[in-house]
Design a protein around this ligand. Structure first.
Ligand code: T4K
Length: 377
């Protein structure tokens, strides 16, 4: 391709990583031959076992997407009443609470983890509260130890939206609390590990896995037994086969993303007012997004920079702006009052996720940084 044509290729916030095409065709041939397309077939079972081992988790159950996994997880944990959650997340987190006929109670975030502020969580607990539902935003872990202490003290469940946290390896104290009572992973096309669409629930006990497995299959335990009001949340064989091939290249992908991450940081440290999200030290990263915060010092607003980048065929995203608590369906909740959520509003106003994916070229990183540099002049 001519260099200028390549230069003006769209740089989007993310692009999916794909498995080798010929290997995928081989898997498809096997599926065609067996005519086993879905309902916990051989690829499903192989992927489930491989992921439990790769993630080093006791039990995992695969889903057709992360959102249905969230809804099913809340059912499996018997969550009712009020659920304390974050406004700084994708709408699916809060919608899942609503679809389970529970009331989301928004709590502000802390500025380091961008997840729930444990001190504020405690002030929001009422006799109706049954669970805390934080989000490991951009794969950066929540303050899980503090949240677990509060949950234990008040007899609450912890259910993490870990949609972004695939492959994050918790270290030290975090290892015991990272997944809470249950966690949800998303395998959507835009995630570091993708199965086109897909997701999973991670849990600690066989009994809970059995319950989740029934619930994702209409509540059917066997041909003549229905154990609950389940849903259809099964991952099909094509997605599972796609995922199995992805697993083989993960470590290489993370290494490539690490290089790009370092390159962005190197370039951006020379641009005042553009602050990349700081990495923490108690976990191994998965490099899923590259969020930066546009501070006043930069000279123009985040939105002005966003528009400038778009005019240059660069498409960053303002995840998560506007806050889900501002959506018409939630903004009348007392907890959605912006006065209670100052950190979430401040962060949503200045965050910008820059293009970041395994196939991004080092030249592309320079191209993005050049435009940012020029935008403040
Ligand atoms: N919780 C959290 C914290 C989440 O972030 C998400 C999903 C969920 C729960 C729910 O999990 P799932 O039910 O999705 O498994 C995207 C994704 O659709 C969504 O999965 C993700 N979070 C969210 C953060 O990002 P959009 O509306 O921004 O997607 P879209 O279509 O604008 O795509 C973004 C860019 O990616 C595009 O500019 C182009 C590129 N792209 C996208 C797709 C789908 C591709 O290059 N190829 C593709 O196939 O939500």
């Amino acid at each position: 391709m001519h260099k200028s044509a390549q230069y003006y290729d769209k740089l989007t916030v993310t692009k999916p990583t794909l498995p080798d095409f010929d290997l995928f065709v081989e898997s498809l041939r096997a599926i065609w031959k067996s005519k086993y397309l879905t309902n916990m077939g051989p690829f499903h079972d192989r992927l489930e076992a491989a992921l439990a081992e790769y993630l080093n988790v006791p039990f995992i159950s695969l889903f057709c997407n992360g959102t249905i996994a969230l809804q099913t997880g809340l059912q499996a944990l018997h969550i009712t009443g009020e659920v304390i959650t974050t406004p700084f997340t994708f709408p699916a987190t809060v919608h899942a609470i609503y679809w389970n006929r529970c009331t989301p109670v928004f709590c502000d975030i802390d500025l380091e983890t961008l997840s729930l502020n444990p001190e504020q969580v405690e002030t929001l607990i009422t006799p109706e509260t049954t669970a805390i539902m934080p989000c490991h935003v951009y794969g950066k872990p929540s303050n899980t130890a503090a949240l677990q202490r509060i949950a234990d003290l008040h007899g609450l469940k912890t259910f993490y939206d870990a949609a972004h946290a695939f492959g994050v390896k918790p270290l030290g104290e975090l290892r015991d609390t990272f997944w809470g009572d249950m966690s949800m992973l998303s395998f959507h096309a835009t995630k570091v590990f993708n199965t086109i669409e897909g997701g999973a629930l991670v849990m600690h006990e066989r009994k809970m896995k059995n319950r989740v497995d029934y619930l994702k299959n209409f509540g059917i335990a066997d041909e003549v037994t229905i154990v609950g009001q389940g849903i259809n949340g099964k991952m099909n064989e094509v997605c599972a086969a796609f995922g199995l091939l992805q697993l083989d290249r993960l470590e290489q992908d993370f290494a490539m993303r690490q290089v790009l991450d370092a390159q962005y940081r190197e370039r951006l440290q020379r641009i005042p007012g553009v602050r990349p999200l700081a990495h923490g030290s108690n976990y191994e990263r998965n490099y899923c997004y590259f969020p930066v915060f546009i501070e006043e010092e930069f000279g123009i607003t985040r939105d002005a920079l966003h528009d400038k980048l778009v005019s240059e065929c660069i498409y960053p995203r303002r995840y998560f702006y506007p806050l889900v608590s501002q959506a018409p369906c939630y903004r009348r909740l007392p907890s959605a009052d912006p006065a209670n959520l100052p950190n979430a509003h401040a962060v949503a106003k200045k965050v910008l996720c820059l293009p970041f994916y395994t196939d991004l070229q080092q030249d592309d990183v320079h191209r993005v940084c050049d435009v940012i540099e020029q935008a403040r002049m």
